[in-house]
Design a protein around this ligand. Structure first.
Ligand code: MN
Length: 495
């Protein structure tokens, strides 16, 4: 998405944008929130010298362009009011209701990030995880807030700009990625990249331009040919979209490939949106019939979704005159989820349902852990590894998705379902095959737990292979209880 000139953003343009996706939005309420915030921030200015209100207004625009639920947009307009002005949360609740007030309160609890060494950094992380676990919508507002701050970093002293950009790259972007908010993630990354690695940024921009210049026509032609062939095969409703440039992600891939530009193929990818999953596979077949696919580059993320639930078919082909082109094939629903992630579920939809499809269990677990153990830098590293990168999704026999750390076992799964299921589990069937309880689960496994009502409780040996905090704690507390009971039995007088 291109940068929009903030000075063209007005409350009128905000309302207009909201109306494009929510005809029944309460625009009076949106306008009221704007006037309320403008009044409250009267006399305050951004570092750039502009009136403060341009910041919440810009953040609200970022979300409105992502078609986010208007209630979140309203809270975004108000997000800095209690922190920076004399207006209280109570007044916000009186004027805008409990839901808006609760979102604003979540943001206020997060506070302004003031970097004072490692301690403060961890404290900020903690706050973020707690906020996330309480209401993920608060993070959506926080990302929009951060994106606008990154867009205006130039008005800050260099050292401060660097620090904010680094933190965004290291913490905000991975969290956005973990939540499946691809669009947020790449915007945060590209905006930060420039400040954290200025030289590399310039180099990547140059490579990008060299590879794109003069090729627009070629890509248009390839898109046109592909669309025509798909339509011939009966897939009428084909939408082909180009891809935003993702400079930081290109930079990372380049580093992985030993800086060999020719080995990074997906700088430009052509996205094909087709109505159904069956159409996705048909489309893949058609492309491969037209153009020879490159070995090892066909990826089926539909049957094996990525840990953040991303779904698509990917392939790289030798298109006309031997040019290498990557295709990503998906349904419109997959596209929406890939772009907005969990936020997608707070999009306005006709049925008026704004609930997430599944709970963000890992965020809750994280919040519990931070209360107990997060106090060293090594914990921070552990958390980054455990929660931001390596998670898997497995299924119950009913098709419910369960989110677990990589190489978690059936016992972790059982405790995730219910403490009693964990305590009474005796065996597991993974993908229709009987397995031992310590078998590491893989992404996409269908897991059925076998229980025995008469089982007394968990086996202490399970502690050697369980991965989740929840399972560890439950097993330990049960064994502790057992020991106390045994001790009581021994010391209490016999009946
Ligand atoms: Mn703000």
């Amino acid at each position: 998405m291109e940068n929009k000139k903030t000075n063209k953003e007005t409350i009128t343009s905000l309302c207009k944008q909201i109306q494009t996706y929510d005809k029944s939005a309460d625009l009076d309420m949106v306008t009221l929130a704007y006037d309320f915030a403008k009044n409250a921030h009267e006399g305050q200015f951004r570092k750039s010298g502009e009136p403060y209100i341009i910041h919440p207004l810009a953040a609200a625009h970022i979300l409105a362009y992502m078609r986010i639920d208007p209630i979140i947009v309203i809270a975004t307009l108000l997000h800095d009011v209690p922190e920076d002005t004399t207006v209280t949360l109570q007044e916000i609740e009186d004027n805008f209701g409990a839901e808006v007030a609760s979102l604003v309160s979540g943001i206020t609890k997060l506070g302004k990030l003031k970097y004072r060494g490692v301690e403060r950094y961890i404290e900020n992380l903690r706050k973020m995880f707690v906020a996330m676990a309480e209401d993920i919508r608060v993070m959506i507002i926080k990302f929009a807030d951060r994106i606008h701050n990154l867009e205006t970093l130039d008005s800050l002293p260099q050292q401060k700009a660097y620090r904010i950009a680094l933190e965004s790259l290291e913490i905000y972007a991975p969290i956005a990625g973990r939540l499946g908010m691809d669009e947020m993630k790449s915007r945060i990354e590209d905006l930060s990249f420039k400040y954290v690695y200025p030289k590399e940024y310039q180099r990547i921009v140059q490579i990008h331009e060299e590879r794109i210049t003069g090729k627009e026509q070629y890509y248009k032609k390839v898109q046109h040919v592909a669309a025509k062939e798909l339509q011939k095969a009966g897939i009428i409703d084909v939408l082909i979209v180009g891809r935003n440039k993702k400079l930081y992600s290109f930079f990372q891939k380049l580093q992985k490939k030993g800086n060999d530009v020719d080995k990074v193929y997906d700088l430009i990818a052509i996205r094909i949106l087709v109505p159904t999953i069956a159409d996705c596979y048909t489309a893949l077949g058609i492309l491969h019939k037209m153009w020879k696919p490159m070995k090892g580059r066909i990826k089926d993320y539909i049957s094996q979704p990525k840990p953040n639930a991303y779904q698509s078919l990917h392939t790289t082909v030798f298109a006309d005159s031997g040019q290498i082109v990557e295709f990503q094939i998906r349904t419109p629903q997959m596209h929406e989820e890939a772009t907005f992630g969990i936020a997608a579920h707070w999009h306005y939809d006709e049925k008026g349902s704004h609930m997430p499809k599944r709970e963000i269990q890992w965020a809750k677990e994280l919040a519990t852990i931070q209360k107990e153990v997060l106090n060293k830098l090594s914990d921070l590293e552990e958390i980054k590894v455990n929660f931001l990168q390596t998670r898997i999704f497995v299924f119950t026999p009913n098709g419910d998705v369960i989110d677990l750390p990589e190489s978690a076992s059936a016992v972790d799964f059982a405790y995730h379902i219910h403490t009693e299921v964990g305590n009474k589990c005796t065996g597991v069937i993974i993908n229709d095959v009987m397995q031992s309880l310590d078998t590491p689960l893989k992404n996409g496994d269908v897991v059925e737990i076998l229980t025995d009502k008469n089982r007394k409780g968990p086996n202490e040996d399970w502690l050697q292979f369980v991965k989740t905090h929840t399972a560890k704690q439950r097993i330990k507390s049960h064994t502790k209880r057992k020991k106390v009971t045994a001790w009581l039995k021994a010391v209490l007088p016999k009946k």
